[in-house]
Ligand binder design. Structure first.
Ligand code: PEP
Ligand code: MG
Length: 742
């Protein structure tokens, strides 16, 4: 080990260092052969160095993953020791290496993020059994080789034109979460611990260090669990951590690893890599989740041992940072300097997650559900994020980079064009004004009203603030938030939606109930009416914030006229309460409902009589009309919103609204997609509320549209009853013929 340490430190080139390592290992193990195979970008294992096999085979012999014993180790990511290698069914003979005279074989993989980077092999002429200790020594050397690869050193000796796998360019695909293209460099939200010492000087003191670190980590976890503000899912995760931190098997593996002569941190990393490799090959989601927990726990221990920080320091963010994390809470993202963030890549979060909502609000191109991204990238790697398509390019080649730079430039140019439309009124070619409003939910959204030229905020999702708060926001806090929202749009009325929680929108500090069907469960106004204290406090805060102004309050997920009446009654009580206490009230209070539940379609007469306004929540309305979960990737795209049944349902609402003179708005995602917005305007929608980045594109469409002409065309094709699954192509054809930009 001492001589190995010296070999690692010698100022020689990588090939000389590798050559030296194989000689040392062979002599130390009294073996005739020691070879190093490195995984190339084309998934072949190339012989990079050997002692004992034919020298000419170096950089010439290659094996496929799964081919031969070396390929088998690469695939399984597990060591293999055989006294009679030639008797193994996977044995494969490579004549150029002259290896047929060797009988025994032992090989260990070197791993990073659970992926095999290469294989270290030792062979003996005689049939001999390798001891467990010998395998462990090889595993330590494999760790050194993995470090050499991560440092980029080995790429320099690869054959010209071939890349080694660990540094190869990779195109990954995940779920698009927030639009835009970002080019930059990886910043790991939880930076990987850099281990500088692998080989121990004194095994005894490393055991002591390990034990002390485990003790401190356990105590920290206990403290967090005992802390009263730790709640919900986080508490459950910590409980699991506590279980693992006391798991005998895990602790034994760590101690055994230290006994092989490596430092405590190297031992944790080795055990961690083993479980990562198992995790990548594990198909049972429950087991994967547990292995993930174990990984997280190992990270904590590594940070404990090395004193390195658990999270990137948000204040020292480099320019052009692309944040990469397994998961991340919305509040953590808000800690980073937005001006330096070019993108975000997450392993676990999906498009409907809270972090996605915040990333969209901040305008950070984001891709989620990218498998093992934290294991694939290294701090500082070049990376590109396309939040529109879900593509992530890791260590891109220069032509890929050029293509994306061009894409980003084009996008920026288009944004400039939209910017130029900022103060242009959204009026169709035939003179119909269309209200383009903005959806918002956080303070960071507010500047977008100015930037985009949105008429006002057509939907303020109040639950977002609740979701990122550590505890239930008191009325005063709510009042201050709603007041800032009103102040951000001084001339126009803002439409506040009361708490839309439940379903997947969980408040960490509120008791949750297991529900078979959360989307059809106890959520939104249903909670509000069953727990009126909550709703009343919120309404009170809104009424105070709207003092002297017009205030619009909208109730979500209303399914019956009675629910609206009940909510109005609560509001009236709050008005009285504030009056009694001498507060100033809004000079004009408008109460409305979100039309999201199909049952309302058949009580429109009764409903419109009672409400001041209606805003169609097409995201939920479509989900319930088609019985297709909007967050379930397998079904969400199954039905097109531009299909006859959905368009007819949407038309029936505006038709009814027009006949009784009640304004109907729409605030689902449909309103922000130009072609869908075009159809909506043709169906009679005159007020759309959308995410800020959609205002420009939708306005560009409106300016070129002749509503009356498209209305006629759309009514005709809707009356065809030809059973076509979608009218999208027809509408696209129409827009193209009329020169309407989409
Ligand atoms: C909707 O359902 O269309 C809507 C706008 O509300 P949310 O997306 O917040 O459910
Ligand atoms: Mg909704």
């Amino acid at each position: 080990m001492r001589r190995l340490r010296e070999a690692m430190a010698e100022p020689v080139n990588a090939q000389a260092r590798l050559d030296k390592i194989v000689v040392l290992v062979a002599s130390n193990m009294v073996a005739e052969v020691c070879s190093v195979y490195i995984m190339r970008a084309d998934s072949r294992l190339e012989l990079f160095a050997t002692e004992g096999l034919a020298r000419e085979a170096v950089h010439q012999t290659t094996l496929k993953v799964g081919e031969g014993l070396v390929g088998l180790i690469a695939r399984s990511a597990e060591p293999l020791a055989l006294a009679d290698a030639q008797a193994h069914p996977a044995y494969s003979y490579k004549p150029e290496t002259g290896e047929e005279i060797y009988h025994s074989f032992v090989g260990v993989p070197f791993l990073r993020g659970g992926n095999t980077l290469g294989v270290l092999v030792v062979q003996n002429r005689t049939k001999r059994t390798y001891t467990e200790e010998e395998v462990e020594v090889l595993e330590t050397i494999a760790m050194l080789l993995a470090e050499m690869i991560a440092s980029g050193e080995l790429q320099s000796i690869a054959r010209p034109g071939t890349a080694i796998a660990a540094r190869r360019a990779q195109a990954l695909i995940g779920s698009p979460m927030a639009d835009g293209v970002g080019l930059g460099y990886v910043v790991l939200h939880q930076p990987r611990v850099v281990i500088t010492r692998i080989i121990a000087e004194d095994v005894g003191s490393e055991q002591v260090r390990l034990d002390a670190a485990i003790e401190t980590m356990r105590a920290n976890i206990d403290l967090l669990i005992d802390d009263e503000s730790t709640a919900g899912e986080y508490r459950e995760v910590l409980e699991t951590f506590r279980l693992f931190a006391n798991d005998r098997g895990w602790l034994r593996r760590l101690r055994e690893a230290v006994n092989t002569g490596i430092t405590a941190e190297a031992a944790v990393e080795r055990v961690q890599e083993d479980s990562r490799a198992r995790m990548l090959r594990q198909t049972d989601p429950y087991m994967r989740e547990r292995l993930h927990d174990l990984d997280e726990l190992a990270n904590r221990l590594l940070h404990q041992l090395t004193g390195q920080s658990m999270v990137a320091a948000p204040e020292s963010l480099p320019d052009n940072a692309i944040l990469v994390a397994r998961t991340m809470g919305p509040a953590a993202l808000l800690d980073y300097d937005r001006r330096k963030l070019r993108g975000l890549v997450l392993e676990e979060a999906g498009p409907a997650s809270h972090i996605a909502i915040v990333a969209r609000a901040l305008g950070i191109p984001t891709v989620g559900e990218v498998e093992n991204i934290t294991g694939i990238v290294e701090q500082g790697d070049a990376i590109i994020v396309d939040g529109t398509t879900g593509e992530v390019q890791v260590r891109p080649s220069s032509d890929i980079e050029a293509a994306y730079s061009e894409k980003a430039r084009l996008r920026a140019r288009r944004q400039e064009q939209y910017q130029a439309l900022r103060n242009v009124p959204a009026i169709t070619k035939d003179g119909v004004p269309i209200g383009l409003h903005m959806n918002a939910g956080l303070l960071v959204d507010l500047p977008h009203v100015e930037e985009t030229g949105a008429e006002s905020i057509g939907l303020f999702r109040t639950e977002l603030q609740f979701m990122i708060a550590p505890q239930f926001p008191r009325t005063e806090k709510q009042y201050l938030l709603y007041k800032s929202v009103m102040d951000a749009v001084p001339e126009k009325p803002v439409t506040f939606r009361t708490l839309d929680i439940g379903g997947d929108k969980i408040l960490p500090y509120m008791t949750t109930y297991e529900e078979e069907n959360p989307a059809l469960g106890w959520r939104a106004i249903r909670i509000g009416l069953d727990r009126p204290a909550l709703l009343r406090l919120q309404i009170r805060a809104m009424l105070r914030a709207g003092a002297g102004r017009e205030l619009r309050i909208m109730f979500p997920m209303v399914a019956s006229v009675q629910e609206f009446e009940h909510a109005s009654e609560l509001t009236r009580k709050e008005v009285k309460h504030l009056l009694r206490h001498g507060h100033e009230l809004p000079h004009n209070l408008k109460l409305g409902v979100m039309l999201e539940v199909p049952s309302l379609l058949w009580q429109l007469d009764e409903l419109l009589e009672r409400v001041d306004f209606v805003s169609v929540g097409s995201n939920d309305l479509v989900q319930y009309l088609t019985a297709a979960d909007r967050d379930n990737r397998r079904v969400a795209q199954r039905f097109d919103v531009l299909s006859a049944p959905i368009l007819r349902a949407l038309k029936s609402i505006t038709d009814k609204g027009a006949s009784v003179g009640k304004p109907i708005a729409l605030c689902g995602e449909m309103g922000g997609r130009p072609i869908e917005a075009m159809a909506l305007v043709a169906l009679g929608y005159r007020s759309l509320s959308m995410s800020p980045s959609s205002i420009g594109p939708v306005k560009a469409m409106v300016l070129k549209l002749e509503v009356n002409d498209l209305n006629k065309y759309l009514c005709e094709i809707l009356a065809l009853h030809d059973g076509a699954p979608s009218l999208r192509d027809k509408l696209l054809g129409y827009a193209e013929a009329k020169g309407i930009p989409l």
